[in-house]
Design a protein around this ligand. Sequence first.
Ligand code: NAP
Length: 306
Amino acid sequence: MPRAVRFDGYGGIDVLQVVDVPRPIPGPGDVLVRVKAAGINPGEASIRKGLFAERWPSTFPSGQGSDLAGVVEEIGPEVVNVVVGDEVIGFVNNRSSQAELVVVESGNLIPRPRNVSWEQAGSLFVAGTTAFAAVRAVGLKTGDPVVVSGAAGGVGSIAVQLAKKAGAKVIGLSGNANHKWLADHGIIPIAYGEGVEDRIRSASGGKVDAFIDTFGGGYVELALKLGVAANRIDTIIDFAAAAKYGVKAEGNHEAANATVLAELAGLIAGGRLEIPIAKVYPLADVQEAYRDLEQRHTHGKIVLEP
Ligand SMILES: NC(=O)c1ccc[n+]([C@@H]2O[C@H](COP(=O)([O-])OP(=O)(O)OC[C@H]3O[C@@H](n4cnc5c(N)ncnc54)[C@H](OP(=O)(O)O)[C@@H]3O)[C@@H](O)[C@H]2O)c1
């Protein structure tokens, strides 16, 4: 029987299990994919802990995960865009990608370009589309100084590159260990913590036009203090601040489609976007993988391999 991540109730990392499940059967318009790589995301940990129980309740037993890349194993009726054996990148909306075999709607799949690694392909969807939406939300023009908090994380590491590609002057907040990676990608690295406001003012030349917050905990207030207009601040995490100050909160939801996914995969294939892979874990080590992720210091993406 195929293996899949399951949990039977809200809780800590120890509720996550990898269990035998019945082989999934693709229905009309569906494709069965043998997963080669599935990225993990902090939002999944929040769902598992029950933090979104009112907004997005779970039903138990629950699977986990949205991101995946793999090989088409079987197609359901009415599928015309892929054939058995195709290598694909995709996503699911029903928390099930962390498994050996996953049923995916055919419209949620794109071809995997040959030179996009399985790890990058399998961790592209949530972080990539979120970064895409956040950068689009703040409307960057050539030379605009923009600050990105969590600049070396899963979303941030993609957002800084997309912002740079838009021509902006990108200032990235990260721990010291990630400053070299940021500088190597044309980003101005700044340490977060005490004195960050002064460091941003001096790096930007005094004017900041836009702010992308991927970390929360006061960065929206900092952006307003720096004089950034509310409609050029986007937070993907601090929804209370977004509601309070009227700043944007555009993320995955605003770009969760195959067209954006294909655009991002094309950038990677063309050597114009890098998804740093922090670590790859076997599916069986799903608990270890989330223990690592939940430290909140991942550079790029952590990936599960069935
Ligand atoms: N709204 C949406 O659609 C959406 C979609 C995806 C994610 N999210 C949310 O967005 C957040 C980021 O996701 P992610 O996948 O990018 O997370 P991640 O990969 O875990 O990245 C976390 C980053 O935060 C940085 N960090 C730690 N302490 C910091 C501080 N005090 N100030 C600034 N940065 C700090 C870390 O940088 P250093 O290692 O350099 O310290 C690390 O790179 C999560 O809360 C997630 O739930 C929302």
